[in-house]
Ligand binder design. Sequence first.
Ligand SMILES: [Zn+2]
Ligand SMILES: [Zn+2]
Length: 480
Amino acid sequence: MGGKWGYMGLRGTWVCISEHGFQGCSIRDGQQLGMACATSACCLSGGGDCERRTIAAEGGGGPSQCSKCDANEAVTGSSCLQCFRSALYAKFRQAVTSHATILPTDNLLLAFSGGSASRVALQFVHEMQQKAQRNSDASRDRSYPVFGLGVAFVDESAAFPIPSTQIDQAIQDMSSILSNLASPVKNLHVIPIENICHSKSMDGRNRLRELLHNITDITGKEDFIRHLRLLCLQKTASENGYNKLILGSCASTISRLVIAATVKGQGYSLPADIQYVDARWEIPVMLPLRDCLGQELSMLCLLDSLKTLDVFNGGSSGVNGLVSSFITLLREENPARECTIVRTAEKLIPFHFNKLLETDDSDDFMTSRWHRKRMNLRPGESIASEILCVICSSPLNKSEVETLRHKVHCCTSMSERCELTCCRSCQFQILPKEPSSVEQFYSLLPQCIITQMKNHSYGDLDLLREQIEDCLLSDCDDDS
Ligand SMILES: [Zn+2]
Ligand SMILES: [Zn+2]
């Protein structure tokens, strides 16, 4: 089986349009490009050569029949809409089933920005839910549970000012998108990002503005907002009884993340952010569209008339903006590059929290909660404990942990502790340089970050254990 190339008329670029769903597809006459395969299907299976062909561009006598089913007219390069669609859905489905990311007893919260990736994620999860509902309705003797689905939109207008009428319109559009989807009903949660900063003494919007004002680095500011967005989603999921969070991050988003993390010196923690599952949070995060390209998803929205919104899409700035233009350039040169980047980063060893505890049989209704219980784990607690940065939640590397252990007991103020418990990247990009500003920055941080900072033992326990090692009873002493 191989990946194929299709000509996407949108911007006149070549993109990979077929993967898992294209088994047994017939390759017609065409020029073999002879490049190494970089489509994720081949990448994932470690496969070798890909058969490729070029298709004449629009009006150049391109094929009129779909190369897979040979029945319908090709609308995207060599595929008909149906085959293109099922190939994309197959990638989503493969990610979901092979990592048990959606179980019948789950209650999922889907982060919805209105962009094409989250729109497709919503559509696919909805279709899966409908199928589960049909199966449940069909079963007489035993009622199968159907997973729940809610949708969350983070209103970031406090951080990126846009007219309130635009936000209102977007929320209206989202509600109509959701009400147009068949039952089961999906709740829409609109979360103003400043909610996470709200405190008794100060209103969230002002507090967030002051907090952001303290971050002078433009990249740091953007990354910090991204982290706050995730905290908002976590909080909403937790308060409303959702047990998993679905993000629409696709291969294109992830390739940007990989290069940006490399540039920012976040190589150690990078593998944590690019897996299908990220269970370091109280509510585990899933990326079921990880193998789909951004262009494929936009194309599907266009062909399927899925309404997308463009609310907070002012583009990135700083390092993130540069990386974004760099990737666009690479893609124009060779559309497979995004997949190649993701595939390369995939070789890094993931962390222990990058998987859900395995179930013996995904068909029975065992939940991850049940497994946690069996392993005596509390929600949010991973099997192996990584020390996480209090600001961005990246795992700290060995030298950061060493510094923390040596200095944490000499900390006199919380702001000092704040500095020590951050990863180097946050220290450099986000924390203010002046000690007095750090104090102010610390006082403005969201309560959930401060609580985490106070409650975390940060290796204190290990240090204590080392100091009193000789006085501790060993296991054999205990037996006797
Ligand atoms: Zn077809
Ligand atoms: Zn950090």
